[in-house]
Design a protein around this ligand. Structure first.
Ligand code: C2E
Ligand code: CA
Ligand code: CA
Length: 680
């Protein structure tokens, strides 16, 4: 979570950096382009002024020449042409004077506005020596006017010597204009050159900025983006990997198999090959976990996965379904003999001892095999069939491989039929509690009564729990059945309680599946309240493996909660689990129920006597009650009494009985308090 948040923050920061760098780069380039544009505009307007000055200057030079030519022509031409020429000279002079004024004004104002030396130099031509253009122009204009007046006044006489035009002034004017033109042109050229170099600088500057931005901003940034992209791709890939792989062993997981089984089958179908599904299961995994700890269990699982991978081909698929269940899908599986040989080879490889922290572990494994297309044509059925074959292999003692068979198919059909029947039975609540009393040998009092489920089947009559509970567990129907039974048994016990019939405590069997239901305790308390039975009149029989199921599942907390409300907790089938003694805590358990197998024949079997005595002493030492189940004979009862195991349940006392019969038994026993007699 924290890593994700940091990643997100990093990405957000990177995006901000990219955006800012992009805008800064863009702004710098835009500013340079703008500067370039403004300078160009300035240059062009100055060049325009220069061009107009230059043009005017040229026309002034032409005009001054024309004045001289006209004056000459007037002096030499026939008289009749003179008035016309004089008029022409008059106009030319006027134009010359006017133009000069405009020109002088432009040059001066330009010089006064501009800080540049060239502009001032041009203005100097007007007033400074040696050109004194202003002065000579005025002199030329005045002299020409004088010339015109002289010739107008004496049109027919020869003009006196001083009547001629002052050529010196005219030449000086021409020289001045020439110089002015030269300086303006020079200035213009200089400016152009300056501008050109400035533009060059701006151009290189812009290119420089672009290169800088590309090299130091966009390149690192694109590298960062690339890195991020790779990281994202990696993250996506590893997420995809995690989604279809088992975290512990690295094998494919159930989700992968679910998605790809059909593809594998289609491939086999196309190639007309057989496909073998081998399901493996470790025989002693629970024992390893319980005695050596979960780390050892994990180590064994990883080692098993490695051995599986090491003994199959690259085209085969190895999957961990969960817990200690593995599946191998073999492509191009060959004949049944081939498959059998391969399965046995893998089994013997898995069965090799594993060294863990100087302990040698013998995990042991069994295998169940189903083959496409012989046993089934789809993934789900193949898995179910392989699982059934595995179950059969385990039933035969484990350590071997078993093929799915016709017999198993019949069993499966039976199971399917039973599942349908069970569903109907749940709907009609066809489950009944039978009650089996428990008594104290020393006081002859009734200490309890165990409720045992019976299924009243419409055609098959009464069905014992061993026949249908495993199917109910496998098909997810256990909880529904358990709840029907709890309700009915509690109702009956509440009835007895109201009628003043002594039954000690009602003992109900609960499986791990039932306890794992979130609302198990709520359901139980609601039922007790509704039926009117106090929690202290109830006892729950739980097998050790459920208690071992640790804190993770929430069962331990639920049990503590129920116990604090007064419900008794008992360890059922005590002695058959692996870590029995270490898990007996008087703060969690009220009574131990010694398993039937230690009780039967206890009078003849010295080992059983020792075991039951040890358990009894242990319980007494811990201050926990104890009861022996399955006591069938008087001899067994006597021995139990002599050991000090006071409470008993078994055929020697009474068989499990339907509600009404049990009630009569309880009433009769309460009245007579008979001396013990063995029933059968
Ligand atoms: P369990 O809890 O060990 O129940 C005792 C079993 O021993 C009962 O079998 C009972 O009929 C049998 N039994 C009692 N006295 C003797 C005797 O003297 N000799 C012999 N040979 N057997 C005796 P049952 O009723 O067939 O129940 C089998 C198992 O089914 C139970 O074993 C219990 O684990 C489970 N079970 C029964 N009812 C329920 C239930 O309502 N809920 C759950 N979760 N499990 C149940
Ligand atoms: Ca029981
Ligand atoms: Ca039992």
């Amino acid at each position: 979570m924290a890593q994700n948040a940091a990643d997100l923050q990093g990405s957000a920061r990177l995006i901000i950096v990219i955006k800012s760098a992009y805008w800064i780069g863009l702004l710098i380039i835009a500013a340079m382009a703008m500067t370039s544009f403004v300078l160009l505009r300035q240059l062009m307007s100055q060049q325009e002024i220069d061009a107009s000055v230059s043009q005017m200057n040229g026309s002034q030079m032409a005009l001054s020449q024309r004045i001289i030519v006209l004056a000459n022509a007037i002096e030499t031409s026939p008289r009749n042409l003179r008035p016309q020429l004089l008029d022409e000279l008059h106009k030319t002079t006027a134009e010359f004077a006017r133009n000069h004024e405009t020109l002088a004004e432009r040059v001066r104002s330009h010089a006064s506005m501009s800080a540049e030396k060239g502009d001032r130099l041009a203005a100097e031509v007007l007033d400074s020596r040696p050109y004194m253009l202003e002065q000579f122009t005025q002199r030329l204009v005045a002299d020409t006017q004088r010339f015109i007046t002289a010739h107008e006044n004496s049109p027919y006489s020869v003009i006196a010597r001083d009547g001629a035009l002052d050529l010196a002034a005219a030449n000086a004017t021409l020289g001045g204009y020439k110089e002015l033109g030269r300086r303006v042109d020079m200035r213009s050229n200089e400016r152009l050159a300056e501008m050109l170099s400035l533009h060059k600088a701006l151009y290189y500057g812009t290119v420089g900025v672009i290169v800088f931005v590309a090299l130091f901003i966009f390149r690192p940034m694109s590298n960062a983006i690339l890195r991020r992209t790779y990281e994202l791709v990696d993250a996506r890939n590893s997420m995809a990997f995690i989604a279809i792989h088992d975290g512990l062993t690295g094998l494919y997981n159930r989700a992968f198999l679910k998605d790809h089984f059909d593809t594998l089958i289609k491939g086999a179908q196309r190639r007309r090959e057989r496909l073998a599904v081998i399901q493996f299961d470790l025989d002693r995994f629970k024992q390893i976990n319980d005695t050596l700890g979960h780390a050892a269990g994990d180590y064994v699982l990883v080692a098993t996965a490695q051995r599986m991978l090491g003994s199959c081909r690259a085209s085969d698929v190895c999957v961990r379904l969960g817990g200690d269940e593995f599946v191998m899908i073999l492509n191009a599986a060959g004949t049944t003999e081939d498959i059998n040989a391969l399965a046995n080879r893998i089994l013997s490889r898995i069965n090799e001892p594993i060294n863990y922290q100087s302990v040698t572990i013998m995990p042991g494994a069994s295998a169940g095999i189903a083959v496409y297309p012989v046993d089934a044509d789809n993934g789900t059925d193949l898995l179910v069939h392989a699982d059934l074959a595995l179950y059969a292999a385990k039933k035969m003692g484990g350590g071997a491989a078993s093929f799915f068979s016709e017999e198993l198919r019949r069993e499966l059909d039976h199971r399917k039929k039973m599942e349908a029947d069970l569903k109907a039975a749940i709907a009609s609540e066809a489950f009944e509690p039978y009650f089996q009393p428990q008594i104290s040998l020393s006081s002859n009092r009734i200490t309890g009564v165990e409720a045992l489920v019976r299924w009243r089947h419409a055609e098959r009559g009464m069905i014992p729990p061993a026949d249908f509970l495993p199917v109910a567990e496998k098909t997810g129907l256990m909880c529904d059945i358990g709840r029907i039974l709890m309700r009915k048994a509690i109702r009956k016990a509440a009835e007895w309680h109201r009628a003043g019939i002594d039954f000690g405590r009602l003992a109900i069997n609960v499986s791990g599946t039932e306890l794992r239901e979130n609302d198990f305790d709520t359901f139980l308390f609601d039922t007790l309240q509704k039926e009117g039975l106090h929690p202290s009149k109830l006892s729950l029989e739980i097998v050790e493996s459920v208690i071992l199921d640790d804190e993770k599942t929430g069962i331990a907390a639920k049990l503590r909660h129920m116990r604090s409300a007064g419900v008794y907790l008992e360890l059922d089938d005590f002695g058959t689990g692996y870590a029995s003694l270490s898990h007996v805590n008087p703060n969690e358990i009220d009574r131990l129920k010694i398993d039937r197998r230690f009780v039967q024949n206890i009078n003849a079997n010295g080992d059983n006597t020792k075991i039951v005595r040890a358990i009894t002493e242990l319980a007494r030492g811990l201050g926990i009650s104890i009861i022996a189940e399955g006591a069938e004979t008087e001899a067994e009862l006597e021995l139990l009494e002599s050991i000090g195991c006071d409470q008993v349940q078994g055929y020697s006392i009474a068989f499990p009985m339907p509600g009404q019969e049990a009630q009569e038994w309880l009433q009769q026993y309460g009245r007579k308090k008979p001396v013990l007699t063995v029933v059968a």
